[in-house]
Design a protein around this ligand. Structure first.
Ligand SMILES: Cc1ncc(C[n+]2csc(CCOP(=O)(O)OP(=O)(O)O)c2C)c(N)n1
Length: 381
């Protein structure tokens, strides 16, 4: 007889009323990133053509915007070259009534959603606060602080649901952004409130010079979803058909009221972090070359050619259209914008603070003095 079997012995019981809150198995991401291109899967030819046009224009837009930084027409540009499949798919899976919450790298997603390509660069040009009206295309400001837009996306989606509005919010963040407290808070609130939010993590391998291995010890970023009780999906971020499908499913799920999804797209930033960065200092050319073999534009073009959906003439036309778009962008960016410095004080607070009013008055006086000088008033000579 053991001690515990003796009459009157203390018998440890399991914790009262404990049970797993949800079965974690269905929330786990697949072991391999989901792919469609090259698998022989049935694909919609019209969708492939649309995606192709967007990818080709997107690639050209990235190249043109980077060139504009070298010509002093753009202050900074965080290129999404190599990540165009994620950018385009994120924009195209949303309905007009939905909201996109991009990060600073996601200008292309905003443009693919219909935003004026010059307005989309307003912030990066250093002209204006956001550079565009967020309500026009339902695109929140491009967020420079990492992950701070994720709780905003959750708040907007939650509010919409409370009001009975059929709106989904899709928020984009980088692998580095997943280490921010805001990422955790957003996912936790989204999961508990079951908000119609889709989180798209573009894992492009680096947070500036910090590789993923120094960012997290998680099996994958998609696995983080399980800790919040929401599904995590892993997708090949350079396979535009796969990203489009996985995000569409996440959006539909959110729309049905089944709550948020975390999607990790495995991709690669082919350019440096921005034009101000030298990527050769922290990564090998050989690594970049391996990813060039897995280029999103080429993957799609090879697939479409194999399926008889892309002949040389169609391909050339798509590239010509992209050239024309780049020429229009160049011409418009080469015009000097007419800016009123007093705009600086608008839209900061609903009501200006005392300090802001004082600063505005000082600037107004400076501008008036400058104007008077230019008009020759007060000239001593
Ligand atoms: C809150 C905050 N901390 C630090 C920075 C500085 N910063 C700008 S970009 C960046 C790296 C972000 O990497 P990642 O989230 O992977 O996105 P990627 O640039 O690769 O798209 C850092 C640390 C910032 N913008 N915001």
């Amino acid at each position: 007889m053991t001690v515990l079997e003796q009459p009157g012995a203390y018998r440890p019981a399991p914790p009262p009323a404990w049970r797993p809150r949800t079965d974690p198995a269905p929330l786990l991401p697949d072991r391999e990133p989901y792919r469609l291109l090259g698998t022989g899967a049935e694909l919609d030819p019209t969708l492939l053509r649309t995606l192709h046009g967007h990818l080709v224009r997107g690639r050209r837009y990235n190249r043109q915007a980077t060139a504009l930084t070298k010509q002093g027409r753009l202050a900074v540009y965080p290129s999404s070259t190599g990540q165009e499949a994620c950018e385009v798919a994120a924009a195209l899976v949303l309905e007009e009534r939905d909201w996109l919450f991009p990060s600073y790298r996601d200008t292309l997603a905003a443009v693919a959603r219909g935003m004026d390509p010059v307005e989309a660069l307003g912030l990066l040009r250093g002209d204006w606060h956001t550079g565009y009206d967020p309500y026009e295309h339902r695109v929140a400001p491009l967020s420079t602080p990492l992950a701070t837009h994720l709780p905003h996306a959750v708040g907007l989606a939650h509010a919409a649901r409370l009001k009975g509005d059929d709106v989904v919010a899709l928020a984009m963040v980088g692998d580095g952004g997943t280490s921010e407290g805001d990422f955790h808070e957003a996912l936790n609130f989204a999961a508990v409130w079951r908000t119609p939010t889709v989180f798209l993590v573009q894992n492009n391998g680096f947070a500036i010079s910090v590789p993923l291995a120094k960012q997290t010890a998680a099996p994958s970023l998609a696995h983080k979803a399980v800790g919040y009780g929401i599904p995590g999906r892993l997708v090949d971020g350079n396979d535009v058909a796969a990203v489009h499908q996985v995000l569409s499913e996440a959006v539909e799920r959110a729309r049905r009221g089944e709550g948020p999804t975390l999607v990790e797209a495995i991709t690669y930033r082919l350019d440096a972090h921005t034009n101000a960065d030298d990527a050769t200092r922290y990564r090998d050319d050989a690594e970049v070359e391996t990813w060039r073999e897995h280029d999103p534009v080429e993957l799609l073009e090879r697939e479409m050619t194999a399926r008889g959906l892309l002949d040389e003439a169609t391909r050339e036309r798509a590239h010509e259209e992209a050239e024309e778009m780049a020429a229009r962008l160049r011409a418009r960016m080469n015009e000097d914008p007419v800016l009123d410095p007093m705009d600086l004080f608008d839209h900061v607070y609903a009501e200006k603070t005392t300090q802001l009013r004082e600063q505005a008055e000082r600037l107004r006086a400076e501008l008036a003095a400058e104007g008077a000088e230019e008009n020759g008033e007060g000239d001593e000579r």
